[in-house]
Design a protein around this ligand. Structure first.
Ligand SMILES: [Zn+2]
Length: 300
């Protein structure tokens, strides 16, 4: 059965007027239940993980300053959220959703998180709404239990996975692949093991062609025992922040290709949702829901 991490704290409301769209974390599980893609039993509730899993990725000074809300004003501004205990608890619970998802992915082939993809979190600081890097934490967790040796991170969010690239820059056992908008944040990019930068206005055909020829080759070269997929839907033409121009159907074909490839090669995959900032919330929910619909279709 498809296991999906979800906790009520995911929809934690930010102060009025904050531009980060939190409502999708509430509406997406509702939509999946309503349309029958999922039943209640598909969802599991993550908890606060043991600090040791977080400390395998993040610097202790940073993590404890975060927990005690003691980080500097400048560091807090980089994160972009007004920090609160609840938001930090939320971030830790999201990381547990990914950690537990790793186990479910090994069991069932795939697992998802209705949040996560916090790929702008570096080992020593947070950026752009990301404080703790959930998939980096998941990767180290798998290795610590010897559940995976070689890991591939496929980051198709429109923004580069700069934090993930930094965390694993000297680690040959974790391969970081990021395909993103060249003119999108972060403006000073890190170096992933493979970066593909796409020009403004890139449409379905070029995007998909590039992915279709890259991913199978990459999997062959890296030969991973586990894949993390960051399925951000901010690649859509309608996205407020993204500079690419995919259609909903193109975005769905992207997800289908990634999941089918993992399925056919029998490599467990954990998916975190990542960004999506289209002005119409219906588009956000539909495009994210496609990833979950495909997971059900392909695997179960
Ligand atoms: Zn993004």
């Amino acid at each position: 059965m498809l296991k999906i991490a979800y906790h009520p704290i995911y929809k934690h409301p930010l102060p009025d007027g904050h531009r980060f769209p939190m409502e999708k974390y509430d509406l997406l599980p509702q939509q999946l239940l309503h349309e029958g893609t999922c039943i209640e039993a598909n969802f599991f509730e993550p908890e606060i993980p043991n600090d040791k899993h977080i400390l395998a990725v993040h610097d202790p000074e940073y993590f404890y300053d975060l927990l005690n809300i003691k980080i500097s004003q400048k560091a807090a501004r980089k994160i972009g959220f007004p920090l609160s205990e609840d938001l930090i608890e939320r971030e830790r619970i999201i990381a547990d959703g990914t950690i537990k998802g790793c186990g479910f992915a090994i069991e069932n082939g795939i697992a998802m998180n209705i949040a996560g993809g916090t790929h702008h979190a570096y080992s020593t600081h947070g950026e752009a709404f990301c404080m703790l890097n959930d998939q980096a934490i998941g990767a180290r967790y798998l290795q610590s239990l010897k559940l995976a040796e070689k890991i591939l991170i496929v980051d198709l969010d429109v923004h580069q996975g700069n934090g993930t690239a930094e965390i694993f820059k000297n680690d040959n056992s974790i391969f970081t692949f990021s395909m993103h908008g060249k003119s999108n944040y972060p403006f000073k990019k890190e170096v992933s093991d493979l970066d593909i930068e796409l020009e403004k206005g890139t449409e379905d055909s070029f995007y998909l062609e590039t992915l279709f020829k890259t991913l199978p080759k990459l999997i062959k070269e890296v030969n991973p025992n586990f894949i993390f997929y960051l399925s951000g839907i901010d690649v859509l033409a309608s996205d407020k922040l993204g500079t690419l121009a995919l259609t909903i159907d193109g975005c769905k074909k992207r997800d289908e290709f990634v999941l089918k490839t993992c399925h056919d090669l029998k490599i467990p995959v954990q998916c975190s949702m990542g960004g999506g900032y289209s002005p119409d919330i219906k588009i956000i929910i539909d495009a994210h829901a496609n990833t979950f619909r495909l997971a059900q279709e392909i695997y179960f």
